[in-house]
Design a binder for this molecule. Sequence first.
Ligand SMILES: C[S@@+](CC[C@H](N)C(=O)[O-])C[C@H]1O[C@@H](n2cnc3c(N)ncnc32)[C@H](O)[C@@H]1O
Length: 433
Amino acid sequence: MTDIARLQIASPKRNSKEEAGWHGFFPYYAGYPHSFADKLIESAELAPGAKILDPWNGSGTTTYSAADRGYCAEGWDVNPVMVIIARARLLPTSEADALGPLARDTVKGIRADPRRLLDKDPLLTWFEKPLAALIRGLEHRIRDQLVGAATFSIEGAKVERMSALAATFYVALFTITRELAGQFQSSNPTWLREPKPGETLVDCQRRKLLERFVEAIDIMATSLGTRSHAGPTTGPIMTSLSVMDTAQAKPAAETVDLILSSPPYCTRIDYSAATRIELAILYPRLRISMEALGRKMIGSTRVPKEFLTPRPEWGDTCLAFLEKLGKHPSKASGGYYLKTHLDYFDKMARSLAALVPVLKPSAAAILVVQDSYYKELHNDLPTIIGEMGVAAGLSLPRRDDFPSARSMSGINRYTRIYKRKSGALEAVLCFQR
Ligand SMILES: C[S@@+](CC[C@H](N)C(=O)[O-])C[C@H]1O[C@@H](n2cnc3c(N)ncnc32)[C@H](O)[C@@H]1O
């Protein structure tokens, strides 16, 4: 049993120092840095062989830290791209020296073959035809060389079966493709906008692209080879990463010793759009549409198809917020915005109800949650998720608050016209079953 009072809770704010080295290759929205997860897991003093779950695993900070400390690590994410990214992060240091030679072999003889392009290939959104065909060629080669039928077959994709080596090569391809499309990056660091009509698309010489790919792999190999370990690790570590929608999950009961996660925020970040370019690269394998994936996301910006109404188990704070939101005089508040917020809270409440039974009796669930604003209305997500967790059967013996200047809700420049406190609050909610 985790002694909640003794947990070491550092600030969950990300910092640039932590975003360098190996962890810097996974620059997706993370809820907290590696040092936060590592200190917390160490202080939980779990028994050897204990299992740690992150149900919204994203770039895999929790599964990396859990495996690094020798625990069984389980990570879920509804976005298959994030499952590949989290897998790459788990590549053992021992593999570092193989990466460079393998990358040089991978790029040999790759040509820009336009026949590789699909009808309405999504890569053509940002890239000229020859470059899009070259990126497809590189993706094909990675698949032929490193991915077997257990992962990609005509029946479909099971990205959970992809090796860490193949996943690392995909991450290198994601990295250089993002770099190439840099001119379309918006103020939100993971978001690539679509070019405006008539805007010049990206082109690049074949040799330059392939050299940059090898260089990216070489840099990853150096970072991996010099990565420090929390160690000492005894025996093989079990890691399981799956594509899972927490709002639909029916996981095995009482199997998990600790949940550590940061759930999707309610700040109109479209988590699927943040991986638009990665999804475009993987499109021939995954064949999932942005629309279908976007709908499943907690925090989706799409209006839900079903008619939703608030439920008592969402708690008083949530119900009071929704009431004010629905009556807000600004445009679409009682329509579009109310509907997308109802969708968020519905999925979050269903996810928490699905998650509680996976915890062993007395096990802890630590959730890092950020608040936000709708216009001037405070969306006190830490309190709302706290109340939802209690309604789902957990107790909430501890909550640590950290004010943050880096608010996700500040991304939209229009938000500034409303009177509100600047920055955001990140809360670490410590639940216990
Ligand atoms: C705040 S991020 C998690 C960050 C993570 N702790 C890390 O280190 O990167 C939230 C994640 O939840 C995922 N997500 C959104 N809706 C989901 C759902 N219905 N089921 C499972 N995962 C979902 C998103 O794809 C995103 O990766």
